[in-house]
Design a binder for this molecule. Sequence first.
Ligand SMILES: [Fe+2]
Ligand SMILES: [Fe+2]
Length: 289
Amino acid sequence: MGPREFCIDEYTDYLVYSGLAERERDPKLKGILERLAQMEKKHYEFWLRYCPECEGRYRRSSLLLSKLMRRLLGLTFTLKFLERHEEEVIAGYREYLEKVNSNDVEKLREIIRDEEEHEKALMSEVHERIVDYLGSITLGLSDALIELVGVLAGTVAVFKSSFIAGITGLIVGVSASISMAAAAYLQAKNEHKTSPRLSAIFTGISYVLTVILLILPFFLLNIPLQSLTFSILIAVAIVISTSYYTAVIFDRKFVTTFLETAALTLGIGFGVYAFGEAIRLITGINVAV
Ligand SMILES: [Fe+2]
Ligand SMILES: [Fe+2]
C-alpha cells in the first residue's frame, strides 16, 4: 500500500461518513458522523500532496456497500465494520512513517492518533437502542434453533412424515415462543437495563420467525429427510449470519461464536434423531401421512 491507496481510502471514508451523516435523523449521531467525515477529509488532504492525480478518486463499491449496510444492518454494525478495516490502514501508515518527508512525520503521527484514538472514541459514543435488545433477539433465535431442530429431527425419526413433523414443529414453536418471551420479560425486569415488554416482544418475534423458517421445508417438500436436511441448512445459514452480526457488533471472534452454536445445533439434531429412531423401534410406531 502507498499514498495512492491511502488517498483513495481516506476520500472514500470521507464520502462514507458524510453520506451516513446526511441520512442520519438523530442530531447527536449526525454530529458524530460529521466530525468523523471532517477528520477523514483532513487525512485525504494530507495524502493528496503525495498523489495529486488521486484528487476526487474513491471506491464506488465501498460507498454503495456502506449505504446498503446502513439500511439493512444498522449504524452500529456499519461503523464497527468500517472500524475493522481501519486496523489495516493504521498498519500501512506506520510502515510509511519512514518514507514521508521529514516535516510530515509529526502530521502522519497525528493522523495515526486520529485513526486509533479519536475515531474510536467518537464511534463509541454511537449508541443505538436496538443494540440493547440484540441480547433478547439472539436469545429467541438460538433457543428456537436448538429446540426446533431437536423437535423436527425427533419427529421425522419417529413418524417419517414431513407433514406431522411440520405441524409438531409449529405447535411446539408457538408455545415455546410464548414461554421464552415470558422468560425474557422476567429477566429484563430483574436486570433493569431494557424495557421488559420490548425484550419480550423481540424475543418472541425472533423465536416465531426462526420457527417459520425452519418448518417451511416440511410443508413444501414431501420427503421427510429432505425437509430435515433443508431445515438444518437454513439453521446453519441463520447461525452464520447472526454469529457474524454479533461478532462485529460486540468485537467477538466470528469463528468461535459460529462453531459453538453450529456444533450445539447439529449435535442436538443428530442426537434427538437417534433418540427418535430408538423410540420408533421400541414402540413399533408406523405412521404414513
Ligand atoms: Fe482517516
Ligand atoms: Fe478513519
